[in-house]
Design a protein around this ligand. Structure first.
Ligand SMILES: [Ca+2]
Length: 250
């Protein structure tokens, strides 16, 4: 039987004499192992959560009770967004409402009804005493998250006791309290630019107990500002609750 030992001289694939086949075999094994390691590293690189593929889970929002009173007023001529219903919104697992009990400022520092801290107090029921009323015309409320967060969703309830639509709703995120540095607009349904913040292409919507969900797509920021300019029932501006769902920024 023509069987070669590892130490014997043998023929290579090109017919040349190979002096040390054992060494060749070991090198081949080493190269194969390195190739596998590189392949495994590449697989991990592409699939590791550390590179931005967080595990997703439904946003754990607790909705208030529905409380529509009276007959909804006709909202003719408005091109409204379809109601979101109870469809879950997927966000990275572990997101929290980082606006809860955080400080609130406003263009109207003395609301006609309620106190500014109610915007982030966790109470989002539609009953009397659970919402604040700001003056007429363009007004804003601003939340200081007190740290930079990656923001995945903003939930907003203006007033969901009756069918109404708030006008010129604009939501911005910034790095500074004066909204000068790194200002990003994440929602704008002000089609006529009546707020002077630019023409918005988002649709107007009916305020409901399910809240307005804004997909913030992981934008990083510390300050959140929400604008409005009256509503279809009156010129005032109301807020029941604003939630900012995020994770500490990496
Ligand atoms: Ca509240």
């Amino acid at each position: 039987m023509n069987r070669q030992t590892p130490n014997s001289k043998s023929q290579g694939p090109c017919g040349k004499r190979i002096k040390n086949p054992k060494r060749i075999i070991e090198n081949a094994k080493w190269a194969s192992c390195q190739g596998f390691s590189l392949l495994a590293f590449g697989f991990c690189f592409l699939h590791s959560p550390a590179w931005g593929e967080e595990k997703l889970a439904p946003l754990p929002v607790q909705l208030p009770k529905p409380l529509f009173e009276g007959t909804p007023k006709a909202l003719k001529g408005l091109n409204l967004a379809k109601p979101r219903g109870n469809e879950p919104f997927m966000a990275p697992e572990g997101v929290k409402n980082v606006a809860l009990n955080k400080p609130v400022k406003s263009s109207d520092p003395e609301p006609t009804v309620g106190e500014l801290k109610q915007v982030t107090d966790g109470d989002k029921e539609a009953v009397e005493g659970s919402y604040i009323e700001l003056g007429p015309g363009l007004q804003w409320v601003q939340i200081d998250l007190q740290a930079v967060y990656s923001i995945y969703a903003i939930m907003m309830w203006h007033f969901h006791k009756e069918a109404r639509v708030y006008r010129a709703v604009v939501v911005q995120v910034a790095d500074d309290p004066d909204f000068i540095t790194n200002v990003r607009t994440i929602f704008n349904n002000d089609a006529s630019n009546s707020a002077g913040l630019g023409v918005g292409s988002d649709l107007e919507y009916l305020d409901e107990y399910t809240g307005k969900l804004i997909d913030a797509k992981g934008v990083k920021g510390r300050f959140v500002r929400c604008y409005s300019k009256g509503n279809t029932s009156n010129d005032q501006n109301h807020y029941t609750e604003v939630e900012v769902w995020g994770l500490p920024a990496k």
